[in-house]
Design a protein around this ligand. Structure first.
Ligand code: FES
Length: 334
């Protein structure tokens, strides 16, 4: 592997991964391995600079097809940005990569300045790419947004795997609980989120279990007293997310202390990105669509997906960013 092609993010050592807390308690923020493939050196440099500016990653760059395959074989890649490589068809390269690395998320990087909606939908729905972005500098903001959305979903999925494999063992006091009508057991003191994940509950944790989103919220139907009381962070977030049901809890913020808990998972599918929601506009929602960060239901099952849902998602994103900014400022002043 050519060392020149591997770039580590400057802030890597500050990723906050050293802690005395147990795996299920600490914020999970893995450094993703991103491969950028593009033969045009000017475009490649621009893509590299932009991706580096977005966050902390292990970045590998490739200018040729053989180099790409070699790099992909060298380690487990979390995301491939696939541009124009050796004048080859990116669909063919995607097909080959997909055969070998089945679940690899791939974003197509187009040199076109404008990517029409119908083309983006076609690339995502028919060709299987996670998204398509333009390498044109005029589309910088859109590019950044897509990378942020896709990487936050990848992080959440990696965390799900990590948490489900690190749940406390049942050897201690196993206590009974019910998740969506199904009885199960968990060790006393288990974080509710870990118990849900090890029971394959469909739940996200966009903030990495820090109590700052609401994608892990559940409704407690019985046995609120079986859980530890809400943390200050949990109360702030539930209020911020306007989840008004009094039986809502953030699963990442509470532990199970006693038997008898009955929880219900909000029904629906988390929307991966604004682009994904946009691609569904005009269709009927097969299941409720939920915002990936706040947990708000954007479209209810059976309803037509309207452009207003997309506008609401954009509005929620902006509100969330603003509120989080205010909170961070407040805690810095304290
Ligand atoms: S994972 Fe974000 S609040 Fe629980």
């Amino acid at each position: 592997m050519n060392q020149v092609n591997h770039i580590e993010s400057k802030n890597q050592s500050s990723s906050g991964q050293s802690s005395n807390n147990s795996m299920s308690d600490r914020p999970y923020n893995p450094t993703l391995r991103i491969v950028i493939a593009e033969s045009n050196p000017i475009v490649l440099q621009r893509l590299l600079q932009t991706v580096q500016d977005i966050g902390k990653w292990n970045i590998y760059i490739c200018g040729e097809y053989t180099e790409l395959i070699e790099t992909m074989s060298f380690g487990s890649t979390d995301l491939l940005l696939l541009g124009n490589v050796d004048q080859s068809s990116c669909f063919e390269i995607y097909r080959i990569c997909h055969q070998e690395w089945k679940d690899l998320p791939v974003i197509m990087v187009s040199h076109d300045a404008v990517i029409p909606d119908f083309y983006r939908n076609w690339i995502m729905e028919k060709k299987g790419f996670n998204d398509v972005v333009s390498s044109d500098p005029a589309n910088h903001n859109q590019f950044v947004k897509v990378i942020q959305n896709v990487t936050s979903v990848i992080r959440a999925q990696k965390q799900a795997l990590s948490l489900s494999s690190s749940a406390p063992s049942l050897k201690g006091d196993a206590i009974a609980l019910t998740i969506d009508g199904k009885s199960t057991k968990s060790a006393k003191g288990t974080r509710l989120l870990s118990a849900l994940l090890s029971n394959h509950a469909k739940i996200l944790k966009a903030c990495g279990g820090q109590g700052r989103c609401a994608t892990c919220h559940v409704f407690v139907q019985e046995g609120m007293e079986c859980l530890t009381p809400p943390t200050e962070q949990e109360l702030i977030t539930l209020n911020l997310m306007r989840i008004e049901k009094s039986n809502a809890r953030l699963a990442c913020q509470c532990k199970i202390l006693e038997a008898g808990l009955v929880v219900e998972i909000p029904k629906g599918k988390y929307v991966g990105s604004e682009a994904e929601l946009e691609s569904l506009v005009g269709k009927k929602a097969q299941q409720s669509l939920i915002h990936p960060i706040t947990g708000e239901t954007l479209v209810y099952e059976g309803k037509l997906i309207l452009r207003s849902a997309l506008q609401r998602m954009q509005e929620v994103d902006r509100e969330f960013e603003r509120e989080m900014g205010t909170l961070l400022t407040r805690s810095a002043i304290k």
